[in-house]
Write a protein that binds this ligand. Structure first.
Ligand SMILES: [Mg+2]
Length: 214
């Protein structure tokens, strides 16, 4: 039997998004010579006009910063996209686990919500985009879309941190959603992951249960 496709959410699954946001605020504060509180206020002003976090668009934020702090956009952009910050926000086990899975012959993909270039940048800055099959990079403004899921191969495994997304995926019998909850205290259910390292034994047990039913 071919190995199943595995899709990964990006925010809070591969990237520590809260940490990334804090690091980018530091960069902007340093560049502007402002306090982190002043920068945090500008972030809040931008965020208050968004329907949700996944509507985040860096160019819109940088425009707001440029106007509010009377600074040209180019140096703001350089500070904002500094690759080392994206590397510091990658969860530590990610490269190792993706490498092992690829080595074991799994096809890997992305299942993420947000602005395409921004989501891809988080992977590109970490040299990770090439890990994910071009035909299976689902980065959409609204990812809880049956049209995406219905076309996935049988037994596709999808890892996500959001309970609402897991509940949505559970309505499709041909996919296997796995919940990642990085605070172990909040774990529910036997297939909850606390890091991506937990994926490897779960894949083994899924494979064994599949063969015992034959
Ligand atoms: Mg997420």
């Amino acid at each position: 039997m071919p190995k199943p496709l595995i899709l990964f959410d990006i925010d809070k699954t591969l990237i520590d998004t809260d940490r990334l946001r804090a690091l980018l605020k530091q960069n902007l504060a340093q560049l502007l010579g402002r306090s982190e509180d002043e920068v945090a206020d500008a972030f809040l002003e931008y965020g208050s006009n968004l329907p949700d976090n996944t509507a985040f668009h860096p160019e819109e934020l940088l425009k707001l910063f440029s106007q509010r702090f009377h600074t040209p956009i180019e140096p703001l952009r350089d500070a904002f996209y500094e690759p080392s910050r994206f590397q510091q926000a990658l969860y530590p086990e990610v490269v190792d686990v993706l490498s092992k899975l690829r080595h074991q012959g799994y096809t890997l993909g992305l299942y993420s919500q947000g602005e395409l270039a921004w989501q891809e940048h988080k992977m590109l800055a970490n040299n990770l985009l090439e890990f994910f099959d071009k035909n299976h990079r689902y980065i959409k403004r609204e990812k809880a879309d049956p049209a995406i899921i219905e076309n996935l191969p049988e037994n596709t495994i999808i890892i996500d941190d959001k309970p609402g997304i897991i509940a949505f995926l559970e309505t499709f019998p041909h996919v296997i959603p796995l919940h990642i909850v990085r605070e172990r205290a909040n774990h529910v259910g036997e297939y909850t992951l606390s890091t991506l390292n937990d994926l490897l034994p779960i894949l083994d047990s899924l494979r064994n249960s599949g063969s015992s039913q034959q």
